[in-house]
Design a protein around this ligand. Structure first.
Ligand SMILES: *Cc1c(COP(=O)(O)O)cnc(C)c1O
Length: 466
C-alpha cells in the first residue's frame, strides 16, 4: 500500500460518529445495528491500542477491520473442511458424507410438513419407524426394525428394555471402549443391567456362557470388537453357537455389530466384514448398528430383529427420548434405498466411493495437484507425491489400511515449522486437515471430491507471512 494513503488520525472518531460513516451504514444494513455497533466498538478499542504504539491508522483500515469482524462473527462456527487425514469415516470430522439423494430428501423434509407420523392411506396417526421398517427388513432379512439417535442409544435402549435389574452376560474380550465416554460396563450400569463378565481377555468358551446362565439372566450380548483385535492364543464363541446356547435357555442373544455393513465389502476390494443380514441369519434375536459408519448415512442407530422384542423396545418410554427427527429419517430412507442397487453404490454413496477409489486414480490426482500446491507454498517447502495408507475409521476393520497416495509437505525448519504449516492450512477459508508424520504434513487425497474448490482454497494460502 502506498504510504501516502495512510493519513494517521489525530483523534479517533466516536462510536456514534463512526456509525454514520457511509461505509459503515452499508454494514448496518447487512448485519444489523447491534452487531455493527459492537464490531465498531471492538475495532476502535483495538485501534486505540495500536495508535499508542505508533501505528499509522486511517479510516479505510478501520472500516475494513469492522467488516472482517462482522464477517467472522456471521460465518458458521461449524465449518466445512477438507478431510485429507486419510481416515474416511473420521468421527471428529463428522463421519459419513451423505449421498445427494439423502441430502435432497433431508432438505425437503426441513422445508415442508411431512407424513412423519401420519398414515396417508388411512388418514390417521402413523408411526415414524414405518418409513424405514420395510426397507430395513428387506435389506437385512430381519422381522422388524426400529431407529434411534445413534448406535450408542440403540445399545442403551436394548439393554434397558431386556436386562434392567437382570444380568447381561458379556465376554471379557468384548468389553469395549469406543472413544469418548462409550464404555460397555458404564453403559450397562446406566441401563440398569448387571454386568456378568465371563471368560478371560483372550479366551472365552461356550461353557463359560452356559455356566453363567441363570434365572437372573436378561440377555447374552455379543459385541463387535470394533477398534481392536485380539490375536494369538484366542478363542471366542461364534454367533451361531451363541444363539443356540441362548435359545436353549430361553434368553435373547443381542449382537452389537458397531459399524454394520449391508453389503459384502469385498466387492469394493476391502476385507469382508460380517453383514447385518448374516448376523440376523446366525440367529441373533436383535442386531444393532450405526447409520453413519460403513452404511454411509446420517447419524442413527438401527435395531433389527424379533418382532416381539422390537415391540417391547418401542413400549419403553426411553425410546421417546432417543428417537430420530424427520430430517434424519428422510436421509436414512434415501440412503437405504440406494442399497437396492448395489452395482451403483460405489458411484452414488460417497463413503463407498472413497473406500473403493483405486490408488492409481489418487496418484494421478496427486501428480497434477503437486505443481498447484508447490506454487501456492513458495520455495521454503518441499512438496512431493508419496504413497500412503488410508484407514476406514470409526472402528470398522481397525487393522486394515488401503493403499493410497498423498502430497507430502516438508517445510524447512523441521517439527515446529510442520506445526505452523498445518496451522496455516487450518486457517484457510475452507480449512484443510491433513496428518503430521515423520516431519511432514501429508494430505491423503482419497477423500478429495471437490478438486476445483480445493484449488480455489489454495489460492488464499499465505504461508510465511504476506
Ligand atoms: C461405533 C460403535 C458403537 C457406537 O455407535 P455410535 O453410532 O457412534 O453411537 C457401539 N458399539 C460398537 C461395537 C461400535 O463400533
Amino acid at each position: 500500500m502506498a504510504e501516502a494513503a495512510v493519513s494517521p488520525l489525530r483523534h479517533l472518531p466516536s462510536v456514534d460518529r463512526f456509525l454514520r460513516h457511509p461505509d459503515i451504514l452499508v454494514l448496518v444494513e447487512r448485519y444489523g445495528r447491534a452487531e455493527t455497533t459492537q464490531a465498531v466498538r471492538e475495532t476502535l478499542a483495538a485501534v486505540r491500542e495500536e495508535a499508542r504504539s505508533g501505528v499509522g491508522i486511517d479510516e479505510a483500515m478501520i472500516t475494513a477491520s469492522v467488516l472482517s469482524r462482522l464477517a467472522a462473527r456471521a460465518g458458521p462456527r461449524l465449518r466445512p473442511l477438507f478431510n485429507l487425514t486419510g481416515t474416511v469415516l473420521h468421527t471428529n470430522l463428522g463421519r459419513a458424507i451423505l449421498a445427494e439423494e439423502a441430502i435432497a430428501a433431508a432438505t425437503d423434509a426441513m422445508r415442508q410438513a411431512v407424513s412423519l407420523e401420519f398414515d396417508l392411506a388411512g388418514g390417521k396417526r402413523g408411526e415414524r419407524d414405518d418409513h424405514v421398517r420395510a426397507l430395513v427388513c428387506e435389506l437385512t432379512g430381519a422381522e422388524d426394525a426400529t431407529l434411534v439417535n445413534n448406535n450408542a442409544a440403540a445399545v442403551l435402549l436394548v439393554l434397558n428394555t431386556l436386562s434392567q435389574d437382570k444380568e447381561a452376560i458379556v465376554s471379557r474380550g468384548e468389553l469395549i471402549e469406543i472413544g469418548g465416554a462409550f464404555r460397555m460396563p458404564e453403559i450397562m450400569a446406566r441401563a440398569g443391567a448387571r454386568l456378568r463378565e465371563i471368560g478371560t481377555t483372550n479366551r472365552t468358551h461356550a461353557r463359560d456362557y452356559a455356566d453363567a446362565l441363570c434365572p437372573e439372566t436378561g440377555l447374552i450380548l455379543k459385541v463387535h470388537t470394533s477398534n481392536y483385535r485380539i490375536e494369538g492364543f484366542t478363542a471366542e464363541v461364534g454367533a451361531r453357537d451363541l444363539a443356540a446356547i441362548a435359545h436353549r435357555h430361553n434368553v435373547p442373544l443381542v449382537n452389537d455389530l458397531g459399524s454394520g455393513t449391508l453389503v459384502d465389502l469385498s466387492r469394493f476390494g476391502l476385507r469382508k466384514e460380517p453383514t447385518v443380514r448374516e448376523a440376523v441369519e446366525e440367529g441373533a434375536d436383535l442386531v444393532t448398528f450405526s447409520g453413519d459408519k460403513l452404511l454411509g448415512g446420517p447419524q442413527a442407530g438401527f435395531i433389527v430383529g424379533r418382532k416381539d422384542l422390537i415391540a417391547a423396545i418401542n413400549r419403553n418410554p426411553m425410546k421417546r427420548a432417543l428417537r430420530v427427527d424427520k430430517v434424519r429419517l428422510a436421509a436414512c430412507e434415501a440412503t437405504l434405498k440406494l442399497y437396492r442397487d448395489p452395482d451403483r453404490l460405489a458411484h452414488r454413496l460417497p463413503t463407498m466411493r472413497f473406500l473403493a477409489r483405486p490408488a492409481e486414480e489418487i496418484r494421478q490426482q496427486a501428480e497434477h495437484l503437486l505443481p498447484v500446491l508447490a506454487d501456492a507454498l513458495g520455495g521454503d517447502v518441499v512438496a512431493d507425491v508419496v504413497p500412503c495408507r488410508s484407514q476406514i475409521g470409526s472402528g470398522a476393520l481397525p487393522l486394515d489400511t488401503i493403499a493410497s497416495f498423498g502430497l507430502s509437505l516438508k517445510p524447512e525448519g523441521g517439527g515446529r515449522a510442520v506445526e505452523e504449516l498445518s496451522a496455516a492450512f487450518r486457517r484457510l477459508p475452507q480449512p484443510v486437515i491433513g496428518r503430521v508424520a515423520e516431519g511432514a504434513l501429508v494430505f491423503d487425497l482419497r477423500c478429495l471430491d471437490d478438486e476445483a474448490c480445493f484449488r480455489q482454497t489454495l489460492l488464499s494460502l499465505r504461508y510465511g507471512g504476506s
